[in-house]
Write a protein that binds this ligand. Structure first.
Ligand code: AMP
Ligand code: GLY
Length: 425
């Protein structure tokens, strides 16, 4: 098969690494890719949301399957654009992508299908007074979410009622542009989070991928600003048989059935952002793609042929295909540019990439300069992913690699997975 993968982050590096191992992959193109994806295929300078350019490339190169890494093309309707064309697309229709593109839609979907999630109401500028009243009916902290895509920044968690009211007004006044013209206010849930990924064929068939946990804050001990993700671990000790049985019965199956009942075409990955509230799983959010950096550990733990699975899902029938999991632990540690998630310099030369042993270096914000050096081009630069028999062992391997790779301003968290080592449910 000839495959076109859309995206340019660590997630796409991990997907490309895994896809390249499949005997079904004859040729792999990554658009636009990054400074490391050339190891797995051919980078193509096309924007993932430029459907016409993608269309021409697909036709000229006889592409059989498009794998969509990031949410933007999905929310913009890439599935629908190619639906009548002779190429498979792994991902939901535009309507399905609204599970990520609109938090109000997602909450309404969960409520209609009896899927456990925080109590909520949505407000616009016209209903701001009701919004204030709803805030008064809740206990602190207050959770305010921009309805639309806001590059992962659209959620505010605020301790004081007065500030929450002020923020509601600012959000409705355009703090996140049009994305916060509608604001979802919800009850705060307390617990530990994990990310569950499901590949569905849209006809009732689905497979659950290895569960992962990501580390979103910039600082050790989960402090400081939110980032795209500073590291990840899989498996997650508390996501055990009993917990996952509840997730399957209460969340995955109603989601799959709900999509069918609502006539929503969905042949791709569903990302369930879950929170474990005293042993009971609840949905914090849906995403319609794989997570980043979760993918940088999940791919290491899939022992089956992912290309075969994605192809079957995109065709609408997963049949009897198995998704086998590697029993080992995988950990990824993200090396980021100094200053991230605030402003940071770019163009720093990265050294030591050839000296990393068994760790896999998934490039994220990297590119090649005119001399062919790998240089930094983003906040999250490289994810160092390793296997181990347990979290400390895998983490040790990733730290060895992180100590060999260098660039000016390199920063990383040393406590990835440590909360899970001592976790008692
Ligand atoms: P979201 O973009 O919806 O995933 O929200 C970003 C982060 O905010 C989540 O990963 C949670 O850590 C936190 N969060 C969102 N909703 C809630 C909630 N209802 N209760 C507690 N924390 C939340
Ligand atoms: N790691 C969280 C996300 O990809 O949204």
């Amino acid at each position: 098969m000839k495959i076109l993968l859309l995206g340019s982050g660590g997630r796409e590096s991990a997907l490309a690494w895994k896809m390249k191992q499949s005997p079904l992959t004859n040729e792999l193109f990554i658009a636009p890719g990054n400074g490391g994806t050339g190891q797995y295929g051919t980078n193509v300078a096309i924007k993932p949301t430029d459907f016409e350019a993608i269309d021409s490339f697909v036709t000229e190169n006889g592409i059989d399957m498009i794998v969509v890494g990031n949410e933007d093309p999905l929310v913009a309707g890439i599935y629908d654009y190619f639906e009548s064309k002779p190429v498979l697309v792994v991902g939901p229709s535009k309507q399905g992508a609204a599970l990520e593109g609109s938090k109000d839609f997602a909450k309404d979907f969960m409520t209609r299908h009896g899927i456990p999630t925080a109590r909520y109401q949505s407000f616009t500028a016209d209903t701001i007074e009701q919004g204030y009243k709803f805030l008064e009916s809740l206990k602190a902290p207050y959770v305010l979410k921009a309805d639309g895509l806001a590059a992962g920044k659209g959620v505010l968690i605020i301790d004081s009622l007065e500030e929450a009211k002020q923020s509601l007004k600012e959000m409705l006044d355009g703090m996140f542009g049009n994305a916060s013209a509608t604001v979802v206010i919800e009850e705060f849930l307390s617990g530990i989070e994990c990310s569950v990924f499901v590949l569905t064929d849209g006809n009732g068939g689905y497979r659950v991928l290895p569960v992962a946990k990501d580390y979103k804050r910039i600082g050790e001990g989960d402090t400081g600003l939110n980032t795209g993700g500073m590291g990840a671990v899989s498996p997650v000790p508390f996501a055990n048989g009993e917990f996952m049985d509840k997730v399957t019965k209460r969340i995955i199956e109603p989601t799959i059935k709900g999509l069918i009942a609502d006539n929503i075409t969905y042949r791709g990955f569903i990302f369930l952002g879950l929170i474990n509230v005293e042993g009971e799983p609840m949905v914090i959010e849906y995403n319609v793609r794989m997570g980043d950096p979760e993918t940088e550990v999940v791919m290491l733990r899939i022992a089956s042929d992912l290309v075969e699975l994605m192809q079957a899902a995109a065709k609408g029938d997963l049949g009897n295909l198995e998704l086998k999991q590697d029993p080992r632990t995988a950990v990824t540690v993200m090396m980021v540019s100094g200053g991230y998630p605030g402003s940071y310099p770019k163009g720093k030369i990265i050294t030591g990439l050839e000296n990393v042993g068994d760790t896999i270096l998934f490039h994220a914000g990297t590119t090649l300069n005119a001399e062919g050096d790998v240089i930094t081009s983003g906040g999250r630069v490289i994810a160092a992913s390793s296997y181990g028999q347990n979290i400390p062992e895998a983490l040790g391997h990733s730290f060895d690699a992180v100590s060999k790779v260098d660039f000016d301003g390199k920063y990383f968290r040393r406590d990835i997975g440590k909360d899970l080592v001592n976790y008692k449910s």
